[in-house]
Design a protein. Structure first.
Length: 215
């Protein structure tokens, strides 16, 4: 299994000092939080999208799901992001706002597909997603590329709905194996791509709307 350690995911909780330093350190792609629930927008999303693209990084975004109406959540996400970028649903426990159910996650990804013509990726933790799916192989979530979190040197155990994982979040910047940080941001979530550089570039949609990138 070839794993390519070249992806970070960020949110407003991270302090970014230089996307160019991130790029120079060998990171090729950034996935940034965009939205949460039905109304929250990450305050750093727009500016960091522009800065990351200027530095020559591949860019994607994610929506942190909760127990609100999944169609409204999906529409809020789509109203915020550039829909040509890589899109992901973050499906994990949310004790503050209520955890998204499996049925809601399925409705969310269907809504994204109906509106854009493609399914988003699905991010989840190893224990949570295995508990949610078990041996269920009929879920529409299997149409999503799968991004799994397991802070360990051991390869994640994935549900049978997915033939393989595409991304593995192996550290949150503290737990899990080294390296934990990257110049230009410090400690952060780091991810290994299940493939090579060419495959990583194919994962990210190439169409970029220049109106969303400020010169």
């Amino acid at each position: 299994m070839a794993l390519f350690n070249a992806v970070v995911d960020l949110s407003h909780h991270n302090t970014v000092t230089s996307f160019q330093q991130i790029r120079d350190a060998g990171i090729l792609a950034v996935i940034h939080k965009a939205t949460q629930g039905t109304g929250v927008v990450d305050a750093e999303y727009d500016n960091r999208r522009n800065d990351a693209l200027r530095a020559g990084l591949l860019f994607g975004s994610y929506h942190f799901g909760n127990n609100d109406d999944p169609d409204v959540q999906a529409d809020h996400y789509l109203d915020t992001v550039e829909t040509t970028e890589l899109m992901v649903l973050d499906f994990e426990p949310n004790p503050r706002d209520g955890t998204m159910t499996l049925a809601q996650a399925e409705a969310f990804v269907r809504r994204i597909k109906d509106k854009t013509g493609r399914f988003p990726g699905l991010y989840s933790g190893q224990s949570f997603i295995n508990d949610q799916l078990g041996n269920n192989t009929s879920t529409v979530l299997k149409e999503c590329f799968f991004w799994i979190a397991r802070y360990s040197t051991q390869v994640p155990k994935i549900p049978p709905a997915f033939p393989f994982f595409t991304l593995w979040q192996y550290t949150d910047g503290s737990a899990g194996p080294q390296p934990h940080g990257v110049p230009g941001v410090g400690r952060c979530d780091r991810n290994k791509f299940n493939g090579d550089e060419a495959g990583l570039k194919r994962l990210f949609p190439s169409a970029i709307n220049p109106r969303r990138v400020i010169p």
